[in-house]
Ligand binder design. Sequence first.
Ligand code: F6P
Length: 318
Amino acid sequence: MSLKIAVITPGGDAPGMNAAIRAVVRESLKEKWKVFGVYFGYQGLIEKNIRQLNSRSVSGIIQHGGTILKSSRCEQIKTDSGLKKAISTLKELKIDYLIVIGGDGSIKAAEKISKYIPVICIPASIDNDVFGTDETIGFDTAIDTAVEAIDKIRDTATSFERIFVVEVMGREHGFLALSCAVASGAEIVIIPEIKYDLEKIAKKVKEDKNKGKTSEIIIFAEGSGNPQEFAIKLEAKTKIPTRVSSLGYIQRGGSPSARSRIIASLFGEHAVELIKKNQKNKVVVIQNNKVKSLDIKEVTNNEKQIDKHLLELIQNLA
Ligand code: F6P
């Protein structure tokens, strides 16, 4: 079977995306398929920014963050005319399969494309907000990056005996925040999925101080509101100097961890395996360390839930 595959990395980049591109390209070339890279995400599909890739196109990229295929936020793909243009590019080039390496939003757009061209999705996002997979490519690296920064913040928090509100990414979800909080030994975590109670938090912080705690780290997921406003209110209630540190885009960059690279390589390999088996419109996932796939509709029709056990753990260990 001689196939034409297109690979794309829309939306927020995640460390390990390059490892996934490499795996997709090399596994496809092994089958003697033609592989095309779509540049700048869905915008590139609309504007026909596409080039053929070979084995050398993906040399020396496994250790690099970001995406060699570039990315963009593309509002146009959400419109009927944008979708039509993207489909016509794929049809014009006689693409048999589109492999989408991206997060929740990219998979939702892929589901629309799948009505016209078969797609296989590979979850990649620092947010880890894709239903059905224990982990997305890049999540592990982002936790490491954030925790390294939080450890440094802890040093100055302890020296000044201050409260630090550390804002982490995650869009409207708290998966990244929860894992960062466990790994950094944070005292409190605030996530969008659970409404916070300022009175309770202030009480806990004061109790901690009375017990001899010399610093307080509060991990604040970006989707939970304004961390500055929160810090001002908390300081007013506790009378303890409170500072905010937003980690921002450093969480998206950097060399992928070994785990992100391994998951990315396994996901890329599995995507090609699915195509070899004539499967279509699937999302590659990892569950209990096993790589498998789910129907794209199952993924887009469901919401991933936060792990309540992690929340309890943070409370119990703080
Ligand atoms: O989805 C990844 C992510 O980094 C989110 O955590 C964040 O909310 C968003 O992307 C930022 O998007 P942009 O790059 O468009 O500013």
